[in-house]
Design a binder for this molecule. Structure first.
Ligand code: HEC
Length: 91
């Protein structure tokens, strides 16, 4: 079957994107238990916020942000990153 295969690849691709584009500032993995002293949100912390969803995440990636760089991410990368962060939401 192709489907489970593609899913595993999706997960790996999404995580690689987060590590490449976001990990220099954010803690991007669920394994990290400590936050940052400068108050910068970790991805698991973002995922746990009730006001955060895929749409608001994509908004944060496209908006010219006060302290965040203006990313030139394609629609697919944005979808992948939003899906990655939402996958960290506690169940
Ligand atoms: C150069 C450092 C830097 C990088 C790289 C970075 N961020 Fe951020 N991000 C910040 C800072 C700083 C904040 C805190 C909000 C602010 O003051 O801009 C933030 C906040 C956020 C927020 C929260 C916005 C809100 O509504 O509270 C989201 C979502 C986010 N970042 C997503 C991402 C994603 C996805 C990536 C990778 C594509 C990324 N960030 C890469 C610095 C960065």
């Amino acid at each position: 079957m192709m489907v489970p295969m593609a899913k595993a690849q999706d997960v790996a691709r999404r995580q690689a994107l987060a590590e490449r584009w976001c990990a220099s500032c954010h803690i991007v993995s669920r394994a990290a238990t400590t936050g940052r002293s400068d108050g910068l949100p970790t991805f698991p912390a973002l995922a746990a916020r009730p006001d955060i969803n895929a749409a608001t995440l994509k908004g944060a990636m496209t908006a010219t942000h006060s302290r965040m760089p203006d990313f030139q991410l394609g629609a697919r990368e944005q979808d992948d990153l939003a899906a990655y962060i939402m996958s960290l939401r506690p169940r």
